[in-house]
Design a protein around this ligand. Structure first.
Ligand code: GDP
Length: 454
């Protein structure tokens, strides 16, 4: 329901601490201790380089990782600039960022070298942060170096876990320790039945031709169990074949029912639309090209965007269109529907059947965008290039940095940016536009929020 939509009441500026993201584990340590090797060892083959966007460097920041059933985002802090100089300072600065952004720290030390000033600077920062730390004593390739690992107790960071990033030795015990200190990954919702027909809400203001279109697609003589008059509860769905595939049309009784004679028909239409959207995956918003686009048409489109459903715009009664009306229609679309310029459009006639079959590829495009998941590695490789080419504008004398990003959810795609400062609306819109250009997301709303770690 629109009333419950967090978008309407949430912070308007895109700051978001609520969205569930996987726990973040930051890998910290001075250069050459083997951070990247350890990261590679942990993620294994999970993030194959073959899925790279062409032209994107391999220099990434964050990755999807998991151990047993615990999932987390693994962040390599080596690439973060800190604005301080001197090795110990730089490394400590990175550790400070890491401690703020992460739920837990994997602190990597080279056991064969022992504790250095830079390691001690990091240890001080981490102790102050209060975040859980797992100490990895790396380069313990065999039993000979086990004693070196023990010497790292002197850092005061608890038990050193002897590991070999090169050979994989000891990483299981180390990951057990990491999994034990991060917040548990919430139980994943059961994946929905892959083969179930996808659910469509056919919506639009009264008289645009919804029942005509449904009749055109489903046939008029279908027996529909009627809903109780005046209530909005007994919705009836129909499975309809379209383009050789079954689709579930939500609340077909509501579409066929005539509410417009009733008082408050407008209100019922809004409630029905919102209830249909609740259960839908994709919405077809039907509009009537024989009349100017109305405020009510735009409101229905906005209802769909706010519901987070995939969207197809269908312009009906195309048979009535003459050149003059067509000219104005295009202006109206440019002016009033620019916010959803990413949605596929089809021009149809429910009366003649013109191009009705084109709804199918449009539905499939929108659903594919809605379903899309970008791996954390790929997302951050892409983001790093984008930000290097076009950095966020300075605000109040400070340059906000994007530390890393993660896709918190699909259906609809939802992204969280971890930043050191506020990103202007314009810049967030720029990122959204580029996400769409480079990864698709045709026909799907995208949510982009930030978590500020000042
Ligand atoms: P609903 O309220 O959205 O379900 O709209 P209806 O399906 O009841 O259609 C409203 C009116 O528009 C009816 O008189 C239909 O015959 C007419 N209509 C529907 N689709 C078309 C179309 O493609 N072309 C034309 N010319 N008229 C249409």
């Amino acid at each position: 329901m629109a009333e419950n939509n967090p978008d309407l009441h949430g912070p308007p500026d895109g700051v978001d601490e609520e969205t569930e993201v996987k726990p973040v584990v930051a890998v910290v340590g001075r250069p050459n201790v083997g951070k990247s090797s350890l990261v590679n060892r942990i993620i294994g083959r999970r993030e194959a380089v073959v899925e790279d966007v062409p032209g994107v460097t391999r220099d990434r920041v964050a990755y999807d990782a998991s151990w047993q059933s615990q999932e987390f985002t693994l962040v390599d802090t080596g690439g973060w600039e800190t604005g301080v100089s001197g090795l110990a300072g730089v490394v400590a600065g990175q550790a400070e960022f890491a401690a703020r952004a992460a739920d837990a720290i994997l602190f990597v030390v080279d056991a064969t070298v022992g504790t250095t000033d830079a390691d001690e600077a990091v240890a001080r920062v981490l102790r102050r942060s209060g975040k859980p730390v797992v100490l990895a004593a790396n380069k313990v390739d065999g039993e000979l170096q086990e004693a070196d690992a023990l010497a790292l107790w002197n850092l005061g960071m608890g038990e050193p876990f002897p590991v070999s990033a090169l050979h994989g030795r000891g990483t299981g015990d180390m990951l057990d320790a990491v999994a034990a200190v991060v917040p548990q990954t919430p139980e994943r919702e059961e994946d929905e039945d892959e083969d179930a027909p996808r659910r469509i809400a056919l919506v639009g203001r009264p008289n645009v031709g919804k029942s005509s279109l449904l009749n055109r697609i489903a046939g008029e003589d279908r027996v529909v169990v009627d809903a109780t008059a005046g209530t909005t509860r007994d919705a009836v769905d129909e499975i309809v074949e379209l383009g050789g595939k079954p689709w579930t049309f939500i609340d077909t009784a509501g579409i066929r029912r005539r509410f417009r004679a009733l008082q408050g028909a407008d209100y019922y239409a809004t409630v029905r639309t919102s209830q249909a959207l609740d259960r839908a995956e994709v919405a077809v918003v039907l509009m009537d090209v024989s009349e100017p686009l109305a405020e009510q048409d735009i409101r229905v489109v906005e209802q769909v965007v706010e519901s987070g459903r995939a969207l197809v715009l269908a312009f009906n009664k195309w048979d009535t269109l003459d050149d003059e009306r067509r000219y104005y229609l295009e202006k109206e679309i440019d002016r009033q529907l620019s916010r959803v310029s990413w949605a596929p459009r089809v021009n149809i006639s429910a009366s003649t059947g013109r191009h009705v079959e084109r709804l199918v590829p449009a539905l499939e495009t929108s659903l594919a965008g809605w379903d899309t998941r970008i791996s954390t590695g790929r997302l951050n490789g892409w983001l790093k290039e984008l930000v290097a080419a076009t950095p966020p504008p300075v605000r109040g004398g400070k340059q906000p940095k994007i530390l890393f990003a993660t896709q918190a959810a699909a259906r609809p795609p939802q992204f969280v940016l971890f930043t050191t400062g506020f990103l202007e609306d314009n810049y967030r819109r720029f990122i959204e536009r580029r996400l769409r250009e480079d990864f698709g997301f045709h026909g799907s709303p995208i949510k982009l929020t930030m978590r500020i770690r000042e």
